[in-house]
Design a protein. Structure first.
Length: 86
């Protein structure tokens, strides 16, 4: 079995209200030092997975996302798979 380093980036879908992002914008609204907007706040999950190959690892991670880690009604996600360093 090989070890893979998994990174999952999860963000709210564009049509979903992001209260954390709006709170950041509200804080910065009256601060002329920062000209930043359109904040979206997400989450990042990292872990190590043992699997036979990259394809099987990807299928396992996708299954984890769909069943446990991501609410696909309001969130989108990207998976990154790398060989883990021993």
């Amino acid at each position: 079995m090989r070890k893979f380093k998994i990174t999952i980036d999860i963000m709210p879908i564009d049509s979903v209200l992001d209260p954390q992002g709006e709170a950041i914008e509200l804080i910065l609204k009256n601060n002329p030092n920062y000209q930043a907007n359109n904040f979206r706040v997400g989450k990042k999950i990292e872990f190590t997975l043992e699997s036979n190959n990259n394809s099987t690892a990807k299928n396992t991670v996708k299954d984890l996302c769909e069943k446990f880690l991501v609410n696909e009604i309001i969130e989108k996600y990207k998976i990154k798979i790398e060989n883990a360093k021993n």
